[in-house]
Design a protein around this ligand. Sequence first.
Ligand code: NDP
Length: 324
Amino acid sequence: MALTAIIEEHGGSDKLKLVDLEVGEPGPGEIRIAHKACGLNFIDIYQRSGLYPMELPHALGMEAAGVIEAVGEGVTHLRPGDRAAYAAMPPGAYTEARVMPAAQLCPLPEAISFDEGAAMMLQGMTVEYLFHRTTPLKAGDTVLFHAAAGGVGLIACQWAKSEGIHLIGTAGSDEKCQLALDHGAEHCINYSTEDFTARVKELTDGKGVDVVMDSVGKDTFMGSLDCLKPLGMMISFGNATGPVDAFNLGILAQKGSIKVTRPTLFAHTADPATCQEMARHLFDKVASGAVKIRIDQRFPLAEVAKAHDALEARKTTGSTILEL
Ligand code: NDP
């Protein structure tokens, strides 16, 4: 049996419920993993609230790290006793142990702790595809990155610096801005007190940035479009303030043939070989010291509702894990 956090209906953090679930044996293509820690992500909030609907009841959680206990027929890249970590569908990582498809589990190098593995897979592989797969980025390019002091944000600040990419961050307080600067952002705009669009124009001598990476969504989307150079790329990859409103495509022409895309991590990791390649790239960045995983909040699994409340109320910085 495994203590597991589930929801039976969508809603607030009060809908999270702890239950004991049978774990079972892995079938073909599956593994059983005993978790050492699981990661908390903003997507968990969208799934809990119903913004991203799912069949109910359902366990939540998209990433964890632990030790493989058993492998099903046909699984060759992992063996019982191996350390492993993942960011994967279907949700269900908020648990002590589970049976799940093996393809998206990655062997976790000894140099990376279980806590780091649990904290970084989803956020780190997201940064990997944003910087290397969504649009070609090169040293010298300038990126505007919203929510730069969050989990994805602090990894992005360090990743950009390691690639010679100029990153202008935004964050909701002066303290958060300082954190982004300490992790490699060249500038950070407190968008609670400053007009980020005007400030980006100032910082870029009126030219704008090559790429905007915007996970804040509804509240920042239109302002973000105004920060782009002609032919620039808007990557809208989240909705912390709500889904982006519909808009007239003609705006993209008026603003200088700018482009917009709305990518997801799981479209990038659907191919198992690509998923393993992305994870290795992330592990290399962390093992080399170029990217440090900052775990600023830890909650016992039993206090998962408090963890959701903190993330939703913008009280967290860096990554958050649930301890088991
Ligand atoms: P964060 O740690 O970044 O937390 C979200 C941050 O968003 C907050 O800390 C806050 O920072 C900012 N924010 C601004 N407005 C609000 C608001 N009204 N309510 C809550 N937060 C707000 O979370 P994650 O690192 O887990 O994820 C970052 C974003 O990236 C999320 O939107 C997530 O959905 C998205 N994402 C998308 C993926 C994809 O592939 N499409 C994959 C992974 C993540 P501040 O106070 O500084 O404004």
